[in-house]
Design a protein around this ligand. Sequence first.
Ligand code: NAP
Length: 318
Amino acid sequence: MTKSILISRGLSDGALALMPRDVSVDLNGHEIPLTRQELLARLAGKQGLICQITDIIDDEVLATPGLKVVSNVAVGYNNIDVDAAKRRGITVTNTPDVLTETTADFAWALLMAAARRVVEADRYARSGQWTTWKWDLLWGVDVYGKTLGVLGFGRIGRAVARRALGFDMRVLYHDTVRSAPDVERSLNATYVDKDTLLREADFVSLHVLLSAETRHLVDERALRSMKKSAVLVNAARGPIVDEAALARALREKWIAAAGLDVFEHEPKIHPDLLPLDNVVMAPHIASASFDTRVAMSTLAVKNCLAVLDGKPPLTPVT
Ligand code: NAP
């Protein structure tokens, strides 16, 4: 039987070139994601699906007869009902590691931009208001020598912590499990409970996965427990933060600033965040470098092909 794969949205050309001639590929080449009806209709008769985080892969989608593998082009897989896939014997794969450093770079870009008010400065420089050098213009907060709190000390959280070594920062971290002593030593990181991290960190960077447990992990109580001078960075998933509470926290100055790559109801942004100067926002681009997008696409294609060839995938979730 001919192997057939649905690719829900464009991938890099190099990754598409890996597809063997005998595999039939149905590629959605449009910018816009497939609607649910289109996804269900085009998936019929396919054994493989290569999808993006905008595709909701629930039990109804997974019920497609003959479907063997769902290959997500992302490390996070909160868009997929993994338990339903397991029940149905469908393999789910993701793209860990290849995006770790790029995402950590961007979390730092948000941290620095929020701390040093880079976006406000850019707007001011272009506005025509800059008529003379002013010593009290756009003061920010120092990063060097401060305390970084990393919530979720997995691949990306650790990569973020590693960058803090160059800023001579104290690093506090919290995770479901404590890291090995050699990891803590090499990253100069101290394991603390979540409340201590929130209370003591000057910068709180979120790197947990999105799950039922981590939804609104940063809620009003958490925000009120942070320093008034603190900066929150979220380059993980939007629903980890209660966005309405964050908008209040920023407006009423419970915390100083935030850097956000992700939002609770993407692509919508809470309207109360939009007028605020003390938040730097990006449209979910933390892993969006040329090299990393190629690597993510390539890994997703290889995962899908491996399963269809009856081999173990490179990076399975289940
Ligand atoms: P990872 O290695 O699995 O790290 C996640 C860490 O969070 C794990 O150590 C996990 O522990 C921990 N964790 C889970 N629940 C927790 C909780 N309640 N409290 C504290 N720690 C908890 O994943 P990663 O590769 O670093 O990626 C992390 C997330 O970043 C992804 O899931 C994705 O959503 C997001 N991401 C976003 C972008 C973007 O474009 N903005 C790009 C890449 C990744 P356990 O292993 O014990 O569960």
